[in-house]
Write a new protein. Structure first.
Length: 273
């Protein structure tokens, strides 16, 4: 058998195995997981660690619980710098992350494989270009997301989100919003959209992004965390934090942006019922 034929046969087998896993085995595995009752001891932890959970009506609580159940069965958690990942840590992260999917599909997190958790903010070596010069140095981070299926979080920042439901900062929502942004292959501040929704998103978000940058440049108090002005990808992530953490403020300051996010997430944080 010639090499091209062998390669073609191998490619067909590989594609067949992939299709089987994606459309049959994964579906079967998830149905099996959800056939098990949601662990009763998890509910008090969600009540304490995910403030938004307490506000949800029962049907949406059930959706969140199913997604949390799948999340914990499929994603691997790793403690870094000696940090111990226990049930409370896993439920806190899964509960906040799955809030973003209440009106969408759990399949949006299919590519996420692992969550690394540091006890506190951590330092990484970082290189950046300025003109023709490449600079290197250390950068302190509270979290980061990767297009390779990995999310990194600082637990101290996660706890802050759990303890203050109205804080403008929620590192879990922020990093998992980046994961949604990656779904179309690039972190550009626009998750996968099409047709009129995509056109409306582009127009609304571009105008709001430029307004935020102009506000900061003129030394006025911005309507959003200034970090959102660094680039469109961060704008979307910071907006997601505001949408869930401070929805009244966001709707008051930027009603069109609020409506665009509501349409994308298919969820209204001001009227979760």
């Amino acid at each position: 058998m010639s090499s091209p034929v062998v390669f073609a046969v191998f490619a067909v087998i590989l594609i067949s195995v992939s299709v089987f896993y994606l459309f049959f085995y994964r579906t079967w595995r998830r149905k099996r997981e959800l056939s098990e009752p949601f662990p009763e001891q998890w509910r008090p932890v969600l009540e304490q660690q995910v403030p938004f959970y307490r506000r949800l009506p029962e049907p949406q609580k059930e959706i969140l619980e199913r997604f949390v159940q799948l999340f914990l069965s499929e994603k691997d958690f790793y403690g870094c710098d000696g940090f111990e990942v226990d049930e409370r840590v896993r439920l806190t992260i899964a509960g906040h992350a799955c809030l973003l999917l209440l009106g969408r599909s759990f399949s949006h997190y299919d590519d996420i494989r692992s969550i690394l958790v540091y006890p506190d903010v951590y330092r990484v070596q970082h290189a950046w270009e300025h003109g023709m010069i490449v600079h290197e140095g250390e950068e302190v981070r509270a979290g980061e997301a990767s297009s390779h299926g990995q999310v990194v979080l600082a637990w101290s920042e996660c706890e802050h989100a759990a303890n203050d439901s109205h804080s403008p900062h929620n590192v879990i929502l922020h990093e998992f919003a980046h994961q949604l942004d990656y779904l179309d292959g690039s972190a550009d501040g626009a998750p996968p959209l099409s047709g009129e929704q995509a056109r409306h998103w582009q127009k609304t978000m571009t105008k709001a992004y430029e307004h935020l940058r102009n506000t900061i440049e003129h030394h006025h108090k911005p309507w959003l965390d200034p970090y959102g002005a660094t680039e469109p990808a961060e704008f979307f992530a910071v907006l997601t934090e505001a949408f869930f953490q401070q929805p009244e403020h966001l709707r008051h300051e930027q009603p069109k942006v609020f409506n665009a996010l509501r349409d994308y997430y298919r969820f209204d944080p001001l009227n979760p019922g």
